[in-house]
Design a protein around this ligand. Sequence first.
Ligand code: MLT
Length: 277
Amino acid sequence: MPVHGRFHYLEALPKGTSSHARRPRGAAGGLMGTLVLIHGFPLSARMWEPQLELAEQGWRIIAPQLRGFDGSPSPSAATSMDDYAGDIVDLLDGLHVEQAVIGGLSMGGYITFALFRHVPQYFRAMVLADTRAQADLPQALEGRRKMLAAVKEHGVEVVADEMLPKLVSGDTLTNQPEVVDTLRAMMLRNPADVVAGAIVALMTRLDSLPLLPAIHCPTLIVVGDQDALTPPAMSEEMQRSVRGAELVVIPDAGHMSNMEQPAAFNRALAHFLERRV
Ligand code: MLT
């Protein structure tokens, strides 16, 4: 995994291209641009491995490892979406990426909103996958408090046990054991204090509903039709508020639509990049 200063990230480039290629859009051997994909909770950048093949459509793909996840450096655990967003800005600045298609899945979407709040000029387009704009309601906050206490007392395994059945569809749970195993392994590689910090960030995130009408860039919203954590109705609500946003519902997928149905997810993303960016 490439490292830049204290930042770890996954990267893929079209064959024969260097990250400094600056040829015009679509020119042979040129880069179409950079696609930044931000991971969800309590996972890691590795969840985006099925999307790295999109580099072959001409895109440089960067999936930042959020601070402390998957053994990446964590000078102090992040405790807000702004902490994660600030790290991503520092990484993009360090890599001299001035504008990109930026998006994320679930918590990655919450961080995308934080980025848009602070640095809208970095956005060429936005991708919101299996996420929502609302902050947590009181009942959800209660659940987070319990999870926070449990992770501090018993470690990340309890979080993995609680989250796994909610992350994927029933069909994936039964018929795609490799996806379930990959998710569990990703979760168990994260230190308890980093996961605890992320829970605090989830609990204290701002309501992004008021931000939606200000999103001025092409926007793709993607959601699994069986997403139990951020159900399709939340994506429909976002689509109504973001001008010109496109919504793609991925069949036979739960919350981890990019891993459960990678071909359909990649098709939706490639189609959007080709036509709208
Ligand atoms: C995620 O997948 O990032 C989490 O499910 C987000 C959340 O719990 O709100």
